[in-house]
Write a protein that binds this ligand. Sequence first.
Ligand code: G3H
Length: 541
Amino acid sequence: MTTASRLDTLFPTLAEIPEQYRLGEPIEQRDYLVDGRLLTWNGPLATVRSPVFLATEEGDQQVILGSTPQLDAEAALVALDAAVRAYDNGQGAWPTMRVVERIQHVEAFLARMREQREVVVKLLMWEIGKNLKDSEKEFDRTCDYIVDTIDALKELDRRSSRFELEQDTLGQIRRVPLGVTLCMGPYNYPLNETFTTLIPALIMGNTVVFKPAKFGVLLIRPLLEAFRDSFPAGVINVIYGGGRETVSALMASGKIDVFAFIGTHKGASALKKLHPRPHRLRAALGLDAKNPGIVLPEVDLDNAVNEAVTGALSFNGQRCTALKILFVHEDVVDSFLDKFNSKLAALKPGMPWESGVALTPLPEEGKTDYLKDLVADAVAKGARVVNPGGGQSRGSFFYPAVLYPVSADMRVYQEEQFGPVVPVVAYRDLQKVIDYVLDSDFGQQLSIFGSNSAQVGRLVDAFANQVGRININAQCQRGPDSYPFNGRKNSAEGTLSVHDALRVFSIRTLVATKFQESNKALVSEIIRNRESTFLTTDYIF
Ligand code: G3H
């Protein structure tokens, strides 16, 4: 089947959508969560559009999924005040609660969250166009992350339950919360990435204002009751609306202590600058990336192609970790492109719920035009679209374009396309690739494909101080979640992993005393009489 004919039948009629994947009437959401209550917003609403269009007799019609509250600054500040009150300068019930009890609240939330799997997965497909398998994976991976976080915190707490003795000083060290946290996630992983900051922030005793991503908003709605019922009032507040209006006001208030944000470095910088006391703001940021895949002349080409295709094109290239530029040695570039293109031709375009579908419509309005501009710029400067049908589009769908030969003067050489465009650069001298990484504004990850140990070893050393993760003969990726996920330059601030996130959202407090009889007796008394939740030797089993 040609690409053109595949695109002709891409969008379904309503009748063609299997019953179990239909959504029914548009969802008009007016509620948001503040101070343990679902409030009703009577102001303006933002329309939620799906990347999916329906084929009708009047042409393709974009599906309207519903609407969400378009809160203003005033409403956002009310939510912030609830979080500030619940934190109560660290004296609130939540930040002072024993770890074992906080864990119980999170477990209660997780049980309620699991009940919402089907509806959340369905909304993931409809709101961001993620295919069924990956939507299910996103949900399950998020639940696993919560379980692993609980286990990691138990382990951390067990280690903190003992006293230490150094230079005649008796001490107990525990990690305690930082304060009020603002959590904002990205649209490509609106559940998973958001929860990888939200859950550690909560479980460490911080209180939270959470604003869902720009797409993947309605899918948080089924979790609001679970949030409300599982945590004390004000501990988790969920707001909606434009970031400029709401988040700017929150940051400018100076009451945010921790800023957890996955998005662009420009957005992160602009928001950080609004904080009147930046030295009091802890940030955990996941930002832009332009991860290169480097194919050496001595290589298992089939493996390199397999990894490069999924690395560049899973979820249509809309992953921060996606391979966004491929440097291929000129000795192997022709066979690489042949193999890459035939692998790509086997990827099935379609609707997210269709079995085996890999390529789906894109949620961002204007995205296909942006990608066309990138391709046109490269073509005007000497590149060609080398795969059949590359760059063809229909509505929100853009069929992947493989661009070759790409050179440094083209926009796609530097710009993060965050979509299905695959720039391929041929190189002879490895130094050209090394210089690209050294000069890049980004420093998240990269992939090296090769079998010559001297070449691979040289590159590992060249890049070890440039990026957060070097993948050998494998695509870039975040997981496993026990490994550090970070980046340098404009790509990130701080390190996340199950274990690291607990540290990011907390600080160590040391209680210390001179090791002498009177102090030993005093501390023993406090512990025996259970007169402190900090000073305790309780052990979580
Ligand atoms: O969008 C960025 C995500 O952190 C990438 O995660 O590598 O598992 O797709 P992933």
